[in-house]
Design a protein around this ligand. Structure first.
Ligand code: ATP
Length: 316
């Protein structure tokens, strides 16, 4: 049985209201969130822009006071100093004093993480090695590229070996190599038992890295999913790509759920196999050149787009 302390995060009926939005009116940003994240799992916290992810993260970190409901971090209030020490945080837009060197920044965060003086230098060395910025330890922060700054931001988050790592858009500013290295680092941290809670708009990374994910829309949590179940949850789609054709394509196009023209190619998407095969047969009979025909399994992105579009329509 899961107890409160084997649950890394427990959120119950959480509401949060900003005192005023840009029109000067109170804004109900979180409308009754319920969520449990278990110790040792990696969890993707997803939602459209403005859904309420950063607001939730600020509350998880105890940076602001909830309007109603409750949050527990390993069974404790997020403002409790021992709960805070168990959490490492990578903000969406990290800001560092740019006249300080990487080493000075890390000294500051290692001290804040409560690492005793005798162990501080070895902890910093290990964190910088893990994010591959050791060679720049003496560089002032202002001389670092966006990607390197993001690596330092990750180093300060992991330096205290936190039990829970909260990452707000961790891949922001990273090139494809940096993204892959961060993904490898997260896999390694998870192996060591770290619970990872991350918000990201790069859904393929979430699909690859996380055990479960939730999707939030307009301040409400719309679903929590086991990522391994996603391909079976959606029936998938059939994609037929044909070459540009002089004849009448109206009939074929009208049978497709979606039709996109890309230069000399036409991509047709079908939701059912029978229609897709029927159109393929018709296209062959008409002498249309077929570029490809394939089945696509449902992805997290399909689920996200479908759910958010549905909610968007309700809010218009
Ligand atoms: P993004 O993906 O763009 O970072 P998000 O899901 O993190 O979005 P939040 O930053 O949590 O979204 O914002 C949730 C809602 O609260 C938005 O509608 C936003 O405009 C509003 N909001 C955020 N901060 C404030 C504030 N200080 N005062 C008033 N409203 C705010």
């Amino acid at each position: 049985m899961k107890t409160d302390s084997s649950t890394a995060i427990k959120i119950k009926d959480l509401h949060y209201k900003y005192k005023s939005d840009w029109l000067g009116k109170p804004f109900h940003a979180l409308k009754g969130i319920n969520l449990e994240v278990f110790e040792g799992e990696s969890f993707g916290f997803l939602g459209h822009n403005g859904a309420g992810k950063t607001t939730t993260i600020k509350l998880l970190l105890g940076l602001t006071t909830i309007t109603s409901g409750s949050i527990k971090i390993f069974g404790k209030d997020p403002k409790d100093p021992s709960a805070r020490r168990s959490v490492g945080y990578l903000p969406e837009q990290p800001y560092f004093y740019d006249h300080l060197t990487v080493q000075e920044i890390m000294d500051m965060y290692a001290t804040l993480a409560g690492i005793k003086k005798d162990f501080r230098q070895s902890a910093i060395k290990e964190a910088l090695e893990m994010v591959k910025v050791s060679a720049r330890a003496k560089s002032p922060m202002r001389s670092l590229s966006k990607g390197l700054t993001q690596r330092v931001a990750m180093a300060q988050a992991i330096v205290g070996s936190p039990k829970l790592l909260i990452l707000d858009e961790p891949f922001s500013g990273l090139d494809p190599i940096g993204r892959r290295e961060f993904a490898d680092l997260m896999v390694e941290l998870k192996k060591r038992g770290t619970t990872i809670f991350m918000s990201s708009h790069i859904l393929s990374d979430v699909e690859f890295l996380c055990d479960r994910a939730s999707i939030m829309a307009y301040g409400e949590l719309k679903g929590v999913y086991q990522l391994r179940d996603i391909p079976q949850m959606s029936s998938g789609s059939y994609e037929l790509i044909i070459r540009e054709f002089d004849g009448d394509l109206r009939d074929i196009k009208s049978k497709a759920a979606e039709c996109v023209i890309q230069e000399k190619l036409i991509r047709l998407t079908f939701t059912d196999r029978k229609t897709a095969e029927q159109v393929l047969t018709e296209a062959l009979a008409m002498g249309i050149a077929i570029e490809s025909f394939r089945f696509q399994q449902g992805t997290l992105e399909d689920l996200f787009v479908e759910l958010v579009k549905f909610e968007e329509a309700k809010h218009q």
